[in-house]
Design a protein around this ligand. Sequence first.
Ligand code: FMN
Length: 182
Amino acid sequence: MPVQTGPLGPFPEGADPEEYEKLRRRVLWKMPSGLYVLGAVGDGGASLNAMTLSWATQVSSDPKLVGVSVEKAAYTHGLVDESGVFVLNIIAREDRAIVRKFTKPIEVDRDAATLNGFDYVIAGSGAPVLARAVAWLDAGVRQRVDCGAYTLFVGEVLDCAFRAPEDTEVLRMEDTRLNYGG
Ligand SMILES: Cc1cc2nc3c(=O)[nH]c(=O)nc-3n(C[C@H](O)[C@H](O)[C@H](O)COP(=O)(O)O)c2cc1C
């Protein structure tokens, strides 16, 4: 993977690269986004993982496709690439502490059926659903779009459900002091 050492172009004519890079990051951060936990499985079910992810969106209604963009360096990337499935967990606004717990390598306890201490159940694809997710989507990867340091996995929704009342408020980036990308 190329190592980024300086400002990343292209730059508008006359722009100072460093200043423009800071401005561009702030504009990109301004884009509203949700905040999810992506569940992944590998090695025929022997490996499970979950990671915090903000780059998720529906990309087609016919067929029902959702895209998630995962950094190639992430452990989750290899799992989704290999298994061809993922679960998108939609998190309650009051559970914002959860997403902080899935931004580093996690602890999987198969006996207790927990990921970082949070109960999980297994979706039809084999990927984990957080028991306290408001709702979840189980998806089968239909396309992989190379996006440089990331792969955009486009998945078809194979199954989904609510685990909490439908009117439960869900987590968005703006509910936290976090940001990502830019
Ligand atoms: C607010 C926030 C949003 C994030 N969104 C993404 C994302 O959309 N895609 C991604 O690849 N990583 C994202 N990350 C980083 C991953 O959560 C982080 O790299 C994680 O450790 C990857 O886990 P893994 O290596 O176990 O797969 C985000 C981190 C934070 C704090």
